[in-house]
Ligand binder design. Structure first.
Ligand SMILES: Nc1nc2c(c(=O)[nH]1)N[C@@H](CN(C=O)c1ccc(C(=O)N[C@@H](CCC(=O)O)C(=O)O)cc1)CN2
Length: 301
């Protein structure tokens, strides 16, 4: 006898692990073909400063993913007391290195280092994180080249579920440069009606209740409750919070959200793996930009 569906569990999962694996397979095939055509492998320089345990894990995952698809990674692990001048010098060297197509500065940086100044030192055409004002500006203008990885991964997840953003009410909670702001620009580009809120926004539940598409990136575990959601909402949970008991949870209460949403991304296994898959994709794109410089002056090698 067929198992009865549990009426309490309705949302489908936005499975980032599966989509990231598909993306990596496609990238590996393209990179193999590039090499068969006599082109060098795409190169990614990864800079990690200090000993933040989460950053160490993410960097390890990035380097492993590079090896899996055939991207050549150059790892630069620097002590927490590295000064800004030394980091700027390293970035200048990598900017000039033709084997390096992408440069990634893992965030957050230790206190005392100015991440904004350092990110701006990365050549825009090697900025595979898409955080340079040049690339954020192109995204704001609706002419994106290198797009920030987490928002790009979120858009890929929406596409994979057949979600059409056009005319939908979208709410982004969290306005960071890494996620919230570029996410709002991506949704705007997809013709959603976009609201940006903060974790401290007054009467957040009332705003959430209107959202057809909800993206939460606040770093507050379980901030959004399932009861707040509009029935059938699509929920992208960008939060990755390690609890005292060792569990990893998002910014959305998953169990209650699942009872009300139509689609929800889990933590772990949702947006996180897509961030890394999109980084690999951006690295290949940066390698291709060097081969075929677009007409925009600032992208030339
Ligand atoms: N230079 C950058 N720094 C940071 C970025 C970024 O995109 N560029 N984003 C985050 C961290 N991040 C990538 O660096 C990242 C976070 C989480 C994951 C991920 O796959 N998470 C897994 C769980 C992993 C775990 O067990 O801890 C999941 O969600 O399934 C990938 C990348 C801040 N810094």
């Amino acid at each position: 006898m067929a198992e009865l569906a549990d009426p309490q569990v309705s949302a489908r999962l936005l499975d980032g692990r599966a989509l990231a694996a598909q993306t990596r397979n496609a990238l590996a095939a393209t990179i193999r073909q590039r090499q068969a055509d006599g082109l060098p492998p795409p190169g990614l320089a990864v800079i990690l400063v200090g000993n933040d345990p989460a950053s160490q894990v993410y960097v390890q995952h990035k380097i492993r993913a590079c090896a899996e698809v055939g991207v050549h990674s150059f790892s630069h692990r620097l002590p927490a007391d590295t000064d800004e001048a030394a980091l700027l010098a390293l970035i200048q060297t990598l900017n000039a290195d033709p084997a390096v197509h992408g440069i990634l500065l893992q965030l957050p940086l230790p206190a005392g280092l100015d991440s904004s100044r350092l990110l701006q030192a990365i050549a825009p055409y090697k900025d595979v994180d898409g955080f340079h004002p040049h690339n954020l500006g192109l995204l704001a203008a609706g002419l994106p080249v290198l797009r920030p990885c987490t928002p790009k991964g979120c858009m890929r997840l929406l596409e994979s579920a057949g979600v059409d953003c056009r005319g939908q009410q979208a709410l982004v909670i969290g306005a960071s440069t890494i996620v919230g702001r570029p996410m709002a620009l991506e949704l705007l580009r997809a013709e959603a009606t976009v609201t940006i809120a903060h974790k401290a926004t007054r009467d957040l539940p009332a705003l959430v209740a209107q959202a057809d598409i909800l993206v939460v990136a606040t770093g507050v575990p379980g901030l959004v409750r399932g009861e707040w959601l509009k029935p059938g909402a699509v929920v992208l949970d960008v939060g990755i919070n390690r609890l005292a008991d060792g569990r990893l949870v998002g910014d959305v209460d998953f169990a209650s959200a699942r009872q009300r949403a139509s689609w929800v991304s889990p933590v772990p296994g949702g947006v996180g793996p897509m961030t890394i898959a999109c980084l690999l994709e951006n690295t290949l794109q940066a390698a291709t930009l060097v081969m075929e410089p677009p007409s925009g002056a600032a992208i030339h090698h």
